[in-house]
Ligand binder design. Sequence first.
Ligand code: FPP
Length: 271
Amino acid sequence: MLKKILGKAVTTLAGRDDFAIPKHDSPLFAGLDWEKLPKHVAVIMDGNGRWAKGQGLMRTAGHKAGVKTLKNILKTASGLELDALTVYAFSTENWKRPEVEVDFLMNLFSEYLNKELQEMHENNVQIHFIGRLDGLSDSLQKQMREAVELTKNNTGVKFNIAANYGGQDELVRAMQKIAARVQAGELAPADINEALVEENLDTYGNLPVDLVIRTSGDMRLSNFLLWQAAYAEFYFTDVNWPEFSPECFVDALRDFASRDRRFGGLNEDKK
Ligand code: FPP
C-alpha cells in the first residue's frame, strides 16, 4: 500500500519543479481530441488551506504550494495552445480573511511576478490582470503594469490573473462607465447591447469562457466571471489545488470534449 502511495507521488506531475511545456506528442496528451479543446479555460484554484491542514501545515504553505501548481498548469495551457487561461487569485471578498493571510497572499503575488515574469515572457505568455486593481498596493500595481507592458506583444496563451476581482463588481464598474457616456449624451439607453457591455468588462478582447474548473469539491461560481461564463461548461473535482496536476487538467479537458454544447439551440441531428 505504502509503495502504491509513494508510486503515485513520484509519477504525478503536480507541483514538479522541472516540468517543461509539453509538446503535442507528449504522453500527457494521449487520446486528447485536439479539435474539441476549449479555447478559454477559467480556474477557481480552491483548497489550498484544506490541503495544508491535511499535511499538518499552515494555510500559507498551501498557497505557496498552489503557486507551483499554477506554474505547471500554465505551461500545460501553453503546450495545448489554449487561447486564454483565467485564474481566480484573490476575490473582492477575500479581504475578509485574517490580515496575516491577506498580507501573505499579496507578498506571494509580488514574489511570483518577480521570479516568474521572465520565464513567462520567454514562453510567449501574454499577461493581463482583471479586477479592481486600484485597491491593491502601489508597488504591486506597478509590478502588474510592468508585466503587462513586457508581455503585451506576445502571441501565446493570454494569462489573466483575477486579483481583487468580483464578477458583480466588474459589472457595476462597466455599468458606471456606460452610464457616464449616456449622461454625457454620447449614447442613448437603446444603444446599450451585449457587445457594449462586453467592451466595458475587464476581460475585453478575450473569447467567452468555454470551461470553468473548480478544485476542492465545492460546486459554486463564487462571483467569478458571471457574464463571461454564460455558456461555460463546469468541471468540479475533489482534488485540492496544490495536488491538481497537469494530468488532472487534461482529464478536465477530456471531459469537456465529451460535452454536448448547444448554446440554447438544438444540435444538427435533433433538428
Ligand atoms: C483558495 O484556497 C485560494 C486562494 C484564495 C488563493 C489562490 C492563490 C494561489 C493559488 C496562489 C498563487 C496565485 C498567484 C497568482 C501567484 P483557500 O485558501 O480558500 O482554500 P480552503 O478553501 O481549503 O481554505
